[in-house]
Design a protein around this ligand. Structure first.
Ligand SMILES: [Ca+2]
Ligand SMILES: [Ca+2]
Length: 192
């Protein structure tokens, strides 16, 4: 693994020097034999949320890949402040060092809330008293699903390390008023 500053400098240099030759350079390397892991930061606006995502990529061919990840989003406006989710998606990307992609996927998860636990016959807080006054527990508040199209670009710094940015339009199960743009910046690395 390179130091992050070195990686960023290389990414900028690569972008600036993106000559037609580099753009046209077929990016076979080890992609067809490799699987990748990725992690990064994500966010959305209104309600403003920031989070992280970690997952794996299976490279089906030089053009097609599938990904599965878990995501955690923090927002001051969500009950209990956290949205926990899972993301499953497929991408078509150009097999070049500078590699634009488009994709589709599904994103689902839940938020939690605190509710009264005074009558469930369980000592929820392990204080030795069952169903005392004011005892509380956490329960799933909302289950949310969306399907999305996305686009983005990956810059492969080496054959086993790339950085990428994407934007997806989340079409929410809760209705068109709940649709939103979701953005991410990621590091992708070979795991085998
Ligand atoms: Ca108790
Ligand atoms: Ca209880």
């Amino acid at each position: 693994m390179y130091p992050i500053s070195k990686v960023l400098i290389r990414a900028v240099v690569f972008s600036l020097l993106a000559t037609p030759e580099i753009l046209a350079e077929e990016f076979f390397w080890s992609m067809e034999e490799s699987n990748f892991g990725y992690l990064g930061m994500t966010g959305r606006v209104d309600p403003d949320s920031i989070g992280g995502e970690i997952g794996g990529v299976i490279q089906g061919s030089e053009y097609l890949s599938g990904r599965l990840s878990i995501a955690l989003l923090y927002s001051e406006n969500i009950d209990e402040n956290f949205f926990t989710g899972a993301n499953l998606g497929f991408r078509i990307s150009l097999p070049y060092r500078i590699s634009p992609f488009i994709g589709i996927g599904v994103f689902g998860g839940y938020t939690k809330e605190t509710i009264s636990a005074e009558d469930d016959h369980i000592d929820n807080n392990d204080d030795g008293i069952v169903d005392e006054q004011g005892e509380e527990k956490k329960a799933i508040d909302e289950i949310l699903f969306s399907i999305y199209p996305e686009f983005g670009i990956t810059v492969w710094i080496t054959e086993s390390f790339g950085i990428s940015g994407n934007a997806s339009y989340q079409i929410a199960s809760a209705g068109r008023d709940h649709d939103y743009w979701y953005y991410g910046g990621f590091m992708t690395f070979a795991v085998d």
